[in-house]
Ligand binder design. Sequence first.
Ligand code: DC
Length: 223
Amino acid sequence: MIYSVALDGPGGAGKSSIAKQVAKSKGIVYVDTGAMYRAIALYMLKHNIDIHDHEAVVQRLNDVKISLEYRDGTQCVILGGEDVSTAIRENPVSMAASVTSAYKEVRAFLMDTQRNVAKTTSVIMDGRDIGTVVLPDAQVKIFLSADPVVRAQRRHKELLEKGQTVDFDTVLADIQQRDWQDTNRTEAPLRQAEDAVLLDTSYLTFDQSVQAVLTLIDEKVGK
Ligand code: DC
């Protein structure tokens, strides 16, 4: 049986690392929709398009060639033939993606790609609007959240481990700004679907969070 798991929630709640592990355990495909929004933002930044200029962004959309490739079960994002999986994680790209993803045309541009993957194979798809808009009929819907301070602490630690020096207050402010933008936009804002289960990971370890998601999947679709 083909099934879909919609995993939504704010940035830094642990969606992607949890989804990757769950996908591995269940032998299903992990689709990181945030990476697609990030690739669009990266394209605009690379081509010096003002990301706040809605019209200018929309005009260039059809030049953006994004594809997803899976290597050893890991999703790689290819932009115009170049693997940008690492570049899209930079902070300026995160902030820009939160701006350009608010544009209706940007969302429509990615919708079919996202829906099509889920038609042919079982997926765990993470994002902001998967349970509400992209896959409203997903068999499992989870809204993953965590206290903003806890999310900022995790992100800060991650950046330090990568050798990037950023102060904690900046990381927290960026998280709060993205939360605000993602939640208050008109198009497909970040919100919990009515039939989604809320999973707060503030006080859960990574393994406990993975286990909680696996249990929810087993309950809904069987082992
Ligand atoms: O999950 P992420 O941090 O990689 O997402 C980057 C940005 O993309 C985020 O600020 C909001 C946007 N996004 C979205 O609007 N809808 C999605 N389904 C996924 C991400």
